[in-house]
Design a protein around this ligand. Structure first.
Ligand SMILES: Nc1ncnc2c1ncn2[C@@H]1O[C@H](COP(=O)(O)OP(=O)(O)OP(=O)(O)O)[C@@H](O)[C@H]1O
Length: 226
């Protein structure tokens, strides 16, 4: 049975001041359970595209729908709720909050949607173990290496079992063994519970777990031969 389409992007166009068109007429469909890797030259607009998919940035024209819900038709409150409940985002700059412990950072997506704080902390600890940071939950971001911060960001993006995972270079700071460990988490989220994932990457290991590898160009997304 074909999986339902989870993410639909139609005729997306985005310019940045300059004025410079990053892309136009960009179309994409990602099914539940599918992992799509996006490559492309530096500055071509990959991070901008991920931000638009998450409703954090607006396209000039075109439409993004997640589980059939068109982001542009939602008010800011509904868009924020959809993002919190249905999307997990691994930012290139991690955005780990410095005044919360690492466990509190990872628990945040659960704490925002559930009143059960103890369960959220327990699930956050389990995610920290899954990314190889068990026992580090009481620490703070300032004590971590770049690769450790990246793994906290991945734990936080996956802890609430999002339907859509958006990840910007999620293994960019990781050694091959650790990268392989976290890539398994993304693959399991897709295969075991039907999450869809769009990952920006330059890494062959990340592209290797993807069902499709697309290259972002000014003319949109082009399938890359494998
Ligand atoms: N708000 C903005 N104002 C002006 N220029 C912007 C803005 N946002 C993005 N840009 C420009 O758009 C281009 C695309 O940026 P983006 O970060 O999306 O590229 P990228 O493909 O992710 O690059 P990299 O691989 O280097 O991270 C860049 O040239 C950037 O300077």
């Amino acid at each position: 049975m074909a999986h339902p389409v989870l993410l639909t992007v139609r005729a997306l166009a985005k310019s940045v001041p300059g004025p410079r068109s990053l892309f136009h007429a960009l179309d994409l469909e990602v099914a539940a359970g599918e992992i799509v890797a996006i490559t492309g030259e530096s500055g071509v607009g990959k991070s901008t595209l991920l931000n638009i998919l998450a409703g954090l940035d607006d396209a000039d024209t075109g439409e993004v729908a997640i589980e059939g819900v068109v982001l542009g038709a939602l008010g800011e409150t509904a868009r924020t709720r959809l993002r919190r409940e249905r999307i997990g985002f691994v930012f290139q700059a991690f955005h780990i909050l410095p005044y919360l412990t690492l466990r509190q950072n990872v628990a945040l997506p659960l704490a925002l949607v559930s009143a059960d704080g103890a369960a959220a902390q327990a699930e956050a600890e389990a995610m920290l173990v899954a990314v190889g940071l068990g026992g580090r939950g009481e620490g703070y971001a300032r004590d971590l290496s770049g690769g450790e911060l990246q793994r906290v960001a991945i734990a936080r993006a996956l802890v609430h079992r999002p339907a859509l995972i958006l990840a910007d270079e999620p293994t960019g700071n990781l050694d091959p063994e650790t990268a392989s460990r976290v890539l398994t988490l993304f693959a399991n989220a897709a295969r075991d519970r039907g999450a869809a994932a769009v990952m920006v990457t330059h890494s062959d290991a990340t592209a290797a777990i993807a069902d499709r590898v697309l290259t972002l160009t000014a003319d949109g997304l082009v399938a890359r031969a494998r």
